[in-house]
Design a protein around this ligand. Structure first.
Ligand SMILES: *[C@@H]1O[C@H](CO)[C@@H](O)[C@H](O)[C@H]1NC(C)=O
Ligand SMILES: *[C@@H]1O[C@H](CO)[C@@H](O)[C@H](O)[C@H]1NC(C)=O
Length: 210
């Protein structure tokens, strides 16, 4: 076979395979991100490896000020856990984030129901810290765990500007504190939009708190 024929055969075969194995059309999802408990944007076509529409609602307190952030977009199912993540560093720095993943065109158009983070102390405590430009941080004080946060969690990941207009490099961060069991099991790639930043969790490690 001539090389060009080979290439043509390969293209034809992979085209057939895609038709047989993949969905006929790429998925389309609503895409938006804004402050507040709701956002709305246009339907956009996802890339080929994005098989999931996602909706995320995050409530974060950072140095005492509370921000609620909504995010909708395309995602990979391998990076999407439906469920609630929560982590507390101290009463002035915590976050709660709920997300829903679905697999049909435009299925993320409904807003997520608002949630109330349980702030009642449960008697457990964990080492806590937060630092940027690093994959480790050293605890200087204990966090008092609240609600369903029964694990001591270490999370590392990347933070980028949510606006995406200024292409700053991703910044590493490390956080330790109390977390829910769901937080321990977050998949690498899990997104947490928070205020002006979009955090991507790379790694979590956990142990039960004392
Ligand atoms: C949330 O979004 C829905 C659907 O776009 C809209 O009908 C509703 O008014 C919005 N609510 C708020 C509080 O913005
Ligand atoms: C809030 O958390 C506390 C401590 O874990 C627990 O006793 C209480 O039942 C929780 N409240 C709700 C409404 O879940």
């Amino acid at each position: 076979m001539k090389p060009s024929m080979k290439a043509a055969t390969f293209l034809l075969a992979s085209g057939l395979l895609c038709t047989l194995l993949g969905r006929g059309n790429p998925l389309s999802c609503e895409v938006c991100s804004s402050d507040g408990s709701n956002c709305s944007g246009k339907l956009q076509t996802c890339t080929h490896d994005e098989d999931t529409c996602i909706t995320i609602l995050t409530e974060a307190k950072k140095e005492g000020s509370l921000v609620v952030t909504s995010y909708k977009g395309c995602a990979k199912s391998s990076e999407c856990d439906s469920g609630f993540l929560a982590m507390t560093m101290n009463p002035e720095n915590y976050m709660g984030s709920t997300r829903r993943c679905c697999q049909d065109d435009g299925c993320n158009q409904d807003p997520l129901p608002a949630f109330v983070k349980n702030h009642t102390e449960n008697g457990l405590r964990c080492p806590s810290c937060f630092d940027t430009f690093t994959e480790t941080c050293t605890s200087t004080q204990d966090a008092l765990c609240v609600g369903e946060e029964t694990h001591c969690v270490t999370v590392t990941g990347l933070a980028r500007s949510r606006e995406g207009l200024l292409k700053f490099a991703d910044v590493k961060f490390a956080a330790r504190g109390c977390g829910t069991e769901n937080t321990c099991h977050s998949k690498p790639g899990t997104l947490v939009p928070s205020g002006s930043h979009l955090l991507t969790i790379k790694k979590t490690s956990c142990h039960p708190s004392s």
